[in-house]
Design a protein around this ligand. Structure first.
Ligand code: B1M
Length: 212
């Protein structure tokens, strides 16, 4: 659909007003919020990453693109969340210590809210101790860790270690983020891994015993 391609281009160029306008147009034309995210916004950000990797753009351009994407996500969030039904499960989510990337984490949180999980979002740069304290305080069923940098993968490993050590028998640990793989998740002892926000819902449901 050309509008989805236009949306990817608007996000990649950091054009906030165009991003919002095209998002609204897509929704008005009946495109599902999931498709707007997965086929419009996410490919746009993937393109930004590729341009950054090739040194064709720099951090300021990445920030402007991220801001445009966040504005569009604000519009989509209420549509992705279901209203009115009391959540059965609680999930705690955050981006690990040293890592400030939050768009992917926010998307996962949004999809979980849409699946009627109660979501406690700890934000970015979250220390292992904060995850443990939050899991205990909220009696979490799942703790989700996001990491976008290879340099913060050790912080993810350390957080999983401390969560296991804390001996919270009902807590399952789920990990994700661009550099994270199933093999890494297995190596650090996480209970679940998902490559994207869409499958994060099914994996979390499986972890709480609601096989999808
Ligand atoms: Co940064 N950055 N960044 N960045 N940034 C990457 C990650 C990078 C791959 C770019 C590149 O080189 N091609 C690179 C990492 C290289 C590496 O480690 N191998 C990089 C770098 C180097 C850096 C800095 C070090 C740059 C610098 O300062 N020199 C710096 C680090 C800051 C820090 O964190 N301490 C930095 C800073 C930034 C900005 C602040 C400018 C900005 C972030 C803004 C924000 O998040 N609020 C930014 C951005 C925007 C990116 C890219 C371009 C886009 C990330 C993104 O939002 N993607 C990124 C390149 C890329 O990923 N292509 C890049 C869209 C998002 C929807 O995808 O986050 O992957 P993603 O989430 C997906 C899945 O991974 C998964 O589901 C999501 C949706 O499908 N998922 C989970 C994520 N978490 C999950 C958790 C789960 C399950 C699934 O369960 C719990």
């Amino acid at each position: 659909m050309p509008l989805l391609t236009d949306l990817s281009a608007a996000v990649a160029a950091g054009k906030r007003i165009d991003t919002i306008r095209i998002t609204q147009e897509l929704l008005a034309a009946g495109t599902s919020p999931q498709d707007v995210v997965e086929q419009g916004l996410v490919p746009g950000m993937a393109n930004v990453g590729e341009l950054f990797r090739r040194n064709e753009i720099f951090v300021p351009e990445m920030l402007v693109a991220a801001r445009a994407m966040k504005e569009a996500l604000k519009l989509l969030e209420p549509l992705l969340a279901k209203a009115g039904i009391k959540p059965k499960y609680t999930v705690v989510i955050g981006t690990v210590q040293g890592d400030l990337h939050d768009i992917g984490k926010n998307l996962v949180a949004m999809m979980w809210k849409g699946a009627n999980f109660a979501v406690v979002d700890l934000g970015t740069n979250v220390s292992a101790d904060r995850y443990v304290a939050a899991a205990r305080e909220h009696n979490a069923n799942v703790v989700g860790l996001s990491a976008l940098l290879t340099t913060t993968m050790p912080a993810m490993k350390e957080t999983v270690r401390l969560l296991k050590e804390a001996n919270l028998p009902n807590v399952k640990i789920m990990v994700g983020g661009a550099p994270i793989t199933q093999a890494f998740a297995d190596e650090i002892g996480a209970d679940g891994y998902s490559a994207d926000a869409g499958s994060a819902v099914n994996i979390a449901l499986k972890l709480v015993g609601e096989a999808a």
